[in-house]
Design a binder for this molecule. Structure first.
Ligand code: ADP
Length: 167
């Protein structure tokens, strides 16, 4: 496959990372020179895992899957500020079932007002992950259910431990 010679930023909460996120990163790194997975704090969301815990989990997943040219970073603030500061203008996002559309339109059009050079590329995951979300993983974990088919193996125990502590 042709590799495009640019870096893309894949921003998100990753609270926690799922097989859907991993699917997207794996697809992206086949297409682009470098992928920066950017762990952000969305002010409207309440997180279960700290930014550091989310960064650590992503790093474990990337290492375990031997994904090269993928870097994890964290950012507190506006995505456009991160992009401008690092001289990057391509963002990657995932598209699942219709539920993502409305929010993504709002984000793209708002970000475009602030940073007109920014473009967003959308990838769709394998059909297996089309309805998978971090919230679903958290809901199952809260009640002690089995999350092994939804998240990468290497982080299962970390997620379980977190929910044990929260009990
Ligand atoms: P955010 O709070 O920014 O939406 P998420 O971690 O929920 O953070 O999602 C980050 C990105 O990953 C979004 O573009 C979202 O659409 C995508 N994503 C989340 N889950 C999946 C999945 N199962 N398949 C494909 N993309 C996904």
């Amino acid at each position: 496959m042709k590799k495009y010679n640019f870096t893309v930023v894949y921003p998100g909460s990753f609270d926690p990372p799922t097989n859907g996120h991993l699917d997207l990163i794996t697809r992206a790194i086949k297409m682009f020179k470098k992928v920066i997975v950017l762990v952000t704090n969305n002010t409207f969301k309440k997180y279960t895992f700290s930014v550091e815990e989310r960064v650590d989990m992503l790093n474990l997943v990337i290492k375990k899957n031997k994904l090269q040219n993928v870097k994890v970073e964290k950012h507190n603030g506006l995505l456009v500020d991160y992009l401008k500061k690092n001289n990057i203008n391509i963002v990657l996002r995932g598209l699942r079932a219709v539920s993502d559309f409305e929010y993504e339109f709002q984000m793209v059009l708002t970000n475009r007002k602030m940073f007109p050079q920014m473009e967003t590329i959308y990838l769709m995951p394998d059909i297996k992950w089309i309805y998978l979300s971090s919230s679903l993983v958290k809901e199952i974990s809260k009640f002690g259910g089995d999350i092994s088919c939804f998240v990468p193996k290497v982080i299962i125990s970390i997620i379980k431990q977190k929910f044990e502590k929260l009990k």
